[in-house]
Design a protein. Structure first.
Length: 190
């Protein structure tokens, strides 16, 4: 996926219920899900592949400090407009260029699958974490065959971390529609 393609996607990116979180029920479901696995606020979150900043907005509203990175200048422009309190920069999620050891959370939604070398990308994400930091990944293997199965993502995480929890997310409320593919939340605390 290219920077130019994501720039073109930015205008309609938030149209999907799970991207824009405009529906109060979908937003509430994501809020509860994330707050259930994140350390309590305040905390520092690295939102990698942050898109238009929707999750950053949700987390800033809850008292977190967020730094977001996305390859698309247009996604970052929209994120800065949506969440002026956060710190966003254009960059590659595989090597985000953020301060090592400075984050309580590394959060990535639908990003690991897109990395050309997901093992190396994940290792760089772990380097961003403070000693008690947590990795939170939202991933899936979608109906079009793109993405990672939960067992594949777990194997990648286990190359750098020993503890992994996977929660499958088949509930309509997260997606704003019925799904028939594999979507999940993966967390790792060490």
């Amino acid at each position: 996926m290219t920077r130019e393609m994501w720039d073109l996607e930015a205008a309609s990116f938030d149209d999907e219920p799970d991207h824009g979180l405009a529906d109060p029920e979908v937003r509430s479901a994501w809020r509860e899900l994330l707050l259930g696995v994140l350390p309590p606020a305040p905390g520092r979150v690295a939102d990698l592949g942050c898109g238009t900043g929707t999750l950053a907005r949700l987390l800033v509203d809850e008292g977190y400090t967020v730094a977001g990175v996305d390859i698309s200048p247009e996604m970052i422009r929209r994120a800065r407009s949506k969440v002026p309190e956060a710190d966003f920069k254009v960059g590659d999620a595989a090597a985000p260029g953020l301060e090592a050891g400075a984050y309580d959370v590394v959060l990535c939604r639908h990003v690991l699958w897109a990395m050309s070398d997901p093992v190396a990308a994940f290792a760089s994400w772990v380097e961003l974490l403070a000693p008690a930091g947590v990795v939170v990944l939202v991933e899936g293997r979608w109906g079009n065959g793109v993405g990672l199965r939960a067992d594949e993502a777990e194997a990648i995480v286990r190359t750098a971390r020993s503890e992994v929890t996977v929660r499958h997310l088949p509930e309509d409320v997260f997606w704003g529609k019925t799904i028939d593919d594999e979507r999940y939340l993966l967390t790792s605390r060490r």
